[in-house]
Design a binder for this molecule. Structure first.
Ligand SMILES: [Zn+2]
Length: 250
């Protein structure tokens, strides 16, 4: 059988048997791909060192149709992203991104998701500490968008009226976006004012990073949105991410 090559990002790795590892990749060509890397443990040098979580590189594997586990031939890492281990919030942010992709993506090519994941991890790794919550949340919203579930922020999800610059509406989780003040009274979602709306729009556009106010409330919003629209159960890594962020009055 011929081996195939594709750009790939390591999402998770664990030991298998005495000397092997099972690696879960998000790949450009095949979507999610689980491979067994035979005999890599205990080996020193590039081959073994290139299989840490969040590394990007070129994966060569024997991919059999209709199988869940494939065989790795080689992984040559081009970007280790070791900076993600520099502090807990960075690592927690990367872990949420990985869990989101692992929970929803499938073993098939998904346009734009590979780029969104790589960019999210790069920005979380490279952000200065004051912009780090912004980088984490922005990466998650753009992954959600790449998965096909972008929220509607600028016009009311119920009546379609664009929200005015001073309007305080509500975020309707079930409806998938904001409600204008006139429709807000029938929604149970969190209040959302002009500042938080502008932050959401900029995060979705990958705009210029800035200090994120009410980061913990933003994480709660992302968690509720993902749990309703994207994956059938809450992401396990989100409460830990939230616990690392400062508490501010709503
Ligand atoms: Zn409305």
């Amino acid at each position: 059988m011929a081996a195939v090559s594709t750009r790939a990002i390591v999402l998770r790795a664990h030991d298998y048997g005495d000397s092997s590892r099972i690696l879960r990749f998000y790949t450009e060509g095949f979507g999610l791909l689980s491979v067994v890397a035979h005999g890599v443990r205990g080996r020193t040098g590039k081959g073994a060192g290139g299989v840490a979580s969040f590394a990007s590189g070129e994966l060569t594997a024997y991919v059999r149709p209709h199988r869940d586990l494939h065989t790795m031939k080689d992984f040559s890492s081009t970007r280790m992203r070791e900076g993600l281990a520099r502090d807990t919030l960075r690592f927690a942010g990367a872990a949420v991104a990985a869990e989101l992709v692992l929970s929803h993506a499938e073993q098939e090519r998904h346009e734009g998701l590979f780029e969104a994941l790589g960019r999210a991890l790069d920005e979380v790794e490279g952000a200065d500490p004051v912009h780090l919550p912004w980088a984490v949340l922005s990466g998650l919203w753009r992954l959600i968008e790449a998965l096909g579930f972008a929220p509607q922020i600028e016009a009311c999800v119920r009546c379609g009226t664009p929200l005015g610059s001073g309007d305080v509406g509500r975020f309707d989780i079930v409806g998938g976006g904001v409600r204008c003040p006139a429709c807000a009274d029938t929604s149970q979602g969190p209040r959302i004012g002009p500042v938080a709306r502008a932050q959401l729009v900029e995060m979705l556009e990958g705009g210029v990073p800035r200090p994120l106010t009410h980061a913990r409330q933003h994480v709660t919003l992302v968690a509720d949105f993902v749990a309703y629209h994207v994956v059938p159960r809450p992401l396990k890594s989100l409460p830990f991410l939230s616990s690392l962020l400062p508490t501010e009055a709503p």
